[in-house]
Each structure stands twice: as C-alpha cells, then as structure tokens.
Design a binder for this molecule. Sequence first.
Ligand code: C5P
Length: 219
Amino acid sequence: CPKRDMEGRSFLITAGPTWEFLDPVRFISNPSTGKMGVELARAAWYRGGDVTLVCGPGVKPDVPGARVENVVSAEDMLEKCLEFRDSDVIIKAAAVGDYRASTVQGSKIKREGMSTLALELVSNPDIAARLGQLRRDGQVLVGFAAETDNLIDNALSKMRSKGLDAIVANDVTRQGCGFGSDTNQVSMVDRRGRRMDFQGTKEEVAHFVLDVVTELLEE
Ligand code: C5P
C-alpha cells in the first residue's frame, strides 16, 4: 500500500527536451527522453498528488492519473508552466533548449551552393528562474542540473540564481546516468545547504526526490 503523503498537494512537473525550429523541417534539440520527469509524475500521483505533467516532444507520458500537456518549444513550455504556476510543488526536470533561431525561416533552408551556414540564435527564457521570481509562500521549487564538471558548485549557484528550494544534480559523463538511462546517480542540494547523495533506478530517484520535497514542504 503506497504512502499517500502527497494527498491534497498539486504538482507541476516538466519533462523531456524542447524543439527549437530553424525552418519547417529542422530543429535544435537535445537527447533528453523525459524518463526522469515521467517517473516523478508517476511517483507524485501514486503518493496521492494532483499532477500536471508538461511534456516536450517525444516523451511517453504513461502516467494514468496525470493531466498531460504537450508542448514543443521553450516558449510554449513557459506559457504552459505559467498557467499552472500556483502548484504547491514545481519540479523542472525538462532539458529546455537555451537558444532558438532569431528568425524561423518560413521555407526550407537550401543547401545548394552553401558550404557554410551561419545561424543566429537568441536565448530562451529561463522557465525555472521565471517561476522562482513568481514564487508564492509555501511553494516548493525543485530544479535539475545536468553537469559535466564542478557538479556541486554549479548546482548550488543555479539553485540560488534561479530562486529554487533544491536542485538535483547529476554528472552526465558517468556511465548509467542522465539522458535516456534507466538509472541515475544524483546529488541533491537544498536551500539550507544540505547535500544528499542517492543512486538507483529513475523510479527510486523520483521517490527520493519526493521524500526531500515532503521535508521542504513541512519546514
Ligand atoms: O540548463 P540549466 O542547467 O540552467 O538547467 C537547470 C534547471 O533550469 C533545470 O531544472 C531546467 O529545467 C531549468 N531551465 C529552465 N529554462 C531554461 C533552462 C533551464 O527552466 N531555459
């Protein structure tokens, strides 16, 4: 029998990559599959939460009890997250594209006679930081940080600059971690400077993250 410690709590969870189109047939993206976000949504629902899962393209959101919202670009994801920004718990597990094309071409970019192609990119809004600015009392905001170096220092500075309560950091250069993998090894740091390490399947990691969220909600 699952613990129902999330009963009466609303969750906004984001998962997967974003697609930033250059023209009608090409986009910039990343290898995120959304597994971690989907496992978080499943765990939160299983524990009694009211869950909204905002998914980037290609994510399989098979969480029967969650409200699923599909989005494509970072700008779409921001818009959808703003709709649900009052949620008690917001977990930003999506790998949001940092840049998009400054102009999306209306027709396919031609390659004939072009040995190089220069793209001008503009930065996307930082959704986590925007939600951090809009936060209300009692809300818990959790981010993710996929890092290749200085794991803890980078995670702590992201947590602080984005106004988050905690961040789950993982070193994507390690075997069996990060993009597309079924397992994860994470270090979670919180607003009080606590550091908690955990290793397991993404399902187990999801429950570990929710255990920390419960503590943050009660503090
Ligand atoms: O990309 P970065 O390492 O800064 O991501 C850290 C956290 O910020 C993640 O939780 C990610 O979902 C979030 N983020 C976001 N919007 C962006 C970039 C990152 O919400 N444009």
